[in-house]
Ligand binder design. Structure first.
Ligand code: GLC
Length: 707
């Protein structure tokens, strides 16, 4: 297909139409899609509907074929629709929410989740997924931390890279693959006070050094689309921010795909007070480099007249339309407008047992064991009293679980019984229950429900519910070993229940979540998850993250008596549980941290090794983490930054030497222009099982010997 010729043959109305995205019910009236009211009232004429370029959300191969067929019959330019949807952590087979997936510290699982999601969703004729969400998340009050890969730039980079690789796989033109649309550009996770859609204000250097790596990971993996965020960046809404879209996204990150607004976010530039009306919003959007407008009508109503009045350059329109046509050509739509849609395959693979088995495999590596006093877990050969608000929960899919049906999930009590465990379960707090009282161990299941996190679901308070604390006090009244399982879409403040003997963070693990928990509780598998976000001890600490700057008055440890340092009168500075923290049924010790050299030339490779020993007879997996600190530079640098990690399996009493290698690229940071720069001097190398507990060595980066 000669795209340039196609463009040249299009009328201006047909060109503008390619930049418009609507919901499927505009084409087939009885399609029941959860589309918000204002989209229905967009006031778009029948004629214009048959000139749009893409569709948001479709529910089956049958629907897609019907919409595409109806569209092509009516449209003049005969350019097939592109079908897009939010496949975030599964299509019908639901995997752990992205924050839980990040807890696995196993990027191969991210690839697997994206692969299976793409295989299932593409059979419905979906071509694009609005994933990965790669916003750095440092504020657990923000509902969308559940969709993120947490607080660390490197972890975000690695997981976003593998998600995009998994979606796009061996080519977006192939059946079974999806176009990956990375989002939300940029820094949406810095919404002030953790309140969704709130103001974002950050320095240029923070944008470039703390918030871009996730998007970069997806772009480096070849993402063909990027979605703009609702928020402002440098006081300009991202959706019309030319410096962000042209300068940072396309310039610094090298993105060359199609940009799309978030839902109605072009129209919302008016609410931001940066456009007087939708006409001005349309002009700002195209001039900033926004290609597709999702779920609003600024472009369709005004671009033609702006160009005819000489207020907008036709070049801007042609550039955007050319990118959209190229993407449709790369997907193969001109050869096959029904690409991917396959009702037989849909029936055979969507939600299949093989996929569900994979969902279990992934879920097993995501829960985080925060405490396990005297090996209360795993529970073997004991009678369990399972109580709490979540004792029989099936609500494990979490937000954005698309076609996942919680009703088919296995409840926790049933999952434990399926593992052959002796369980008495109760959801009601009964004063005297002899059958509970004569159990050996209490398992208390509490926490959030799926609808307490996700988009537009932020919380000012992130403590445990009063009901959960009452459950805990009831459980303690039995004076038995007590295991607490906490379901959540975010870190929570859990000070009231810290005296429990064991605490397992269960996130929302997807379709097979409770089966995974049961296998971990039984000890068939040892927990291996690590926290992708710091767990506060008090919500007054928020935002709290490990890779913070030193400040001029750092508190030097808990015993620092200097009153004039950065600290609170009432709470320690440190989180309750640090980034990267997670226990196993095995126990690991670290020694012999060794560097291949103490003086590093910019052209050198530095090899770092450490011995890790499993002190227990129990097999387990450990994620060995490598952090670096640039002690002295032209700008203040974080006290430490994750630069590598390896998740390693250990047999009982096994010792392994783990090695990492780093180069100059791992020591650089971006200056205000986005250029990567470095500083000579001392670097600290920290290797350990989390951001707090590390062995430390140092090396000197010298001026280049060959410069
Ligand atoms: C929503 C979300 C975005 C999603 C889009 C389409 O408002 O912000 O993440 O992809 O709209 O559903």
């Amino acid at each position: 297909m000669n795209i340039e010729n196609k463009l040249a043959a299009m009328t201006i109305d047909e060109k503008v139409g390619q930049l418009v995205q609507l919901a499927p019910f505009f084409y087939v009236k009885d399609i029941q899609q959860q589309i918000f009211g204002h989209v229905r009232d967009l006031g778009i004429s029948e004629e214009r509907i048959y000139r749009t370029g893409s569709v948001l959300g479709i529910g089956s191969a049958k629907e897609m074929i019907e919409v595409q067929k109806t569209y092509l019959e009516q449209s003049t330019a005969k350019i097939p629709l592109l079908f897009m949807a939010d496949i975030i952590h599964g299509y019908e087979t639901i995997f752990p929410v992205p924050l839980a997936l990040a807890s696995s510290f196993n990027p191969d699982l991210a690839f697997k989740v994206a692969r299976i999601s793409a295989i299932e969703a593409s059979t419905a004729g979906i071509h694009v997924t609005f994933s990965p969400m790669a916003d750095i998340a440092r504020d657990p009050r923000w509902g969308r931390v559940v969709e993120s890969f947490g607080e660390d730039p490197y972890l975000n980079y690695v997981f976003a890279y593998n998600m995009t690789e998994g979606y796009q796989n061996d080519g977006i033109e192939k059946d079974g693959n999806l176009v990956s649309c990375v989002k939300h550009v940029a820094a949406y996770g810095k919404s002030e006070a953790g309140r969704d859609y709130n103001t974002v204000d950050l320095s240029r250097l923070s944008l470039l050094n703390d918030h871009l790596d996730g998007y970069k990971g997806s772009i480096d993996a070849g993402a063909r689309m990027a979605m703009t965020s609702f928020n402002t960046v440098d006081y300009v809404p991202a959706t019309v921010n030319k410096d962000l879209l042209d300068g940072v996204l396309r310039g610094i990150l090298g993105f060359d795909g199609v940009t799309i607004s978030d839902y109605d976010s072009l129209n919302q530039v008016i609410a931001h007070g940066v456009a007087q009306d939708s006409k001005e919003a349309a002009k700002l959007g195209l001039e900033a480099g926004l290609d597709i407008e999702m779920a609003s009508t600024c472009y369709i109503k005004h671009v033609k007249s702006l160009i005819e009045q000489g207020k907008l350059d036709m070049k801007r329109l042609d550039e955007a339309v050319l990118r959209v046509l190229k993407l449709k050509d790369q997907v193969g739509l001109f050869e096959n407008p029904y690409k991917g849609a396959n009702e037989e395959l849909e029936k055979a693979c969507v939600g299949s047992k093989a996929h569900m088995d994979q969902a279990l495999t992934v879920a097993l590596e995501c829960p985080v064991l925060l405490k396990n006093r005297q090996g209360v877990l795993p529970i073997k050969g004991k009678r369990i009293a399972l109580i709490g608000s979540h004792a029989k929960t099936k609500d494990t899919n979490g937000p954005w679980s698309w076609r996942g049906k919680a009703a088919i999930n296995t409840a926790l009590d049933r999952a434990l019984k399926q593992e052959g465990m002796d369980v008495v379960s109760a959801e009601d707090r009964w004063e005297e229950r002899s059958d509970l009282a004569n159990c050996d161990v209490i398992v208390l299941a509490i926490g959030e429900h799926s609808d307490e996190s996700g988009e537009a679901h932020s919380k000012a308070g992130i403590g445990l519910k009063h009901e959960d604390v009452l459950w805990y006090q009831y459980a303690k009244s039995f004076e038995k070993p007590l295991v607490v399982i906490i379901y959540a879409g975010r870190p929570l403040v859990i000070e009231e229940i810290l005296a429990a003997d064991a605490i397992m963070w269960a996130w929302f693990l997807g379709s097979k979540g409770n089966e995974a928990l049961a296998k971990l509780i039984k000890g068939e598998v040892s927990p291996s998850g690590k926290l992708p976000m710091s767990m506060p001890r008090h919500q007054g600490q928020i935002p709290i993250y490990y890779n913070h700057l030193k400040t001029g008055r750092p508190k030097k440890g808990a015993n620092d008596q200097n009153p004039f340092v950065s600290f609170y009168l009432d709470v320690e500075n440190e989180p309750r549980f640090p980034f990267g923290f997670g226990l196993s049924y095995a126990s690991f010790t670290y020694e012999n941290l060794t560097l291949s050299k103490r003086l590093m030339d910019p052209s050198d490779r530095l090899v770092i090794s450490v011995d890790v020993r499993n002190e227990s007879p129990v097999a387990g997996m450990e994620t060995v983490q490598l952090y670096l600190q640039d002690e002295y530079a032209r700008i203040a640098r974080p006290v430490k930054q994750l630069k590598r990690f390896q998740k390693i399996r250990f047999a009982g009493h096994e010792t392994k030497t783990i090695t990492f290698s780093i180069t100059l690229a791992d020591l650089t940071y971006r200056d205000a222009s986005g250029r990567s720069i470095y500083d000579t001097g001392t670097f600290r190398v920290m290797v350990g099982s989390n951001a707090r507990d590390c062995l430390v060595e140092t090396f000197e980066l010298e001026e280049g010997r060959n410069t």
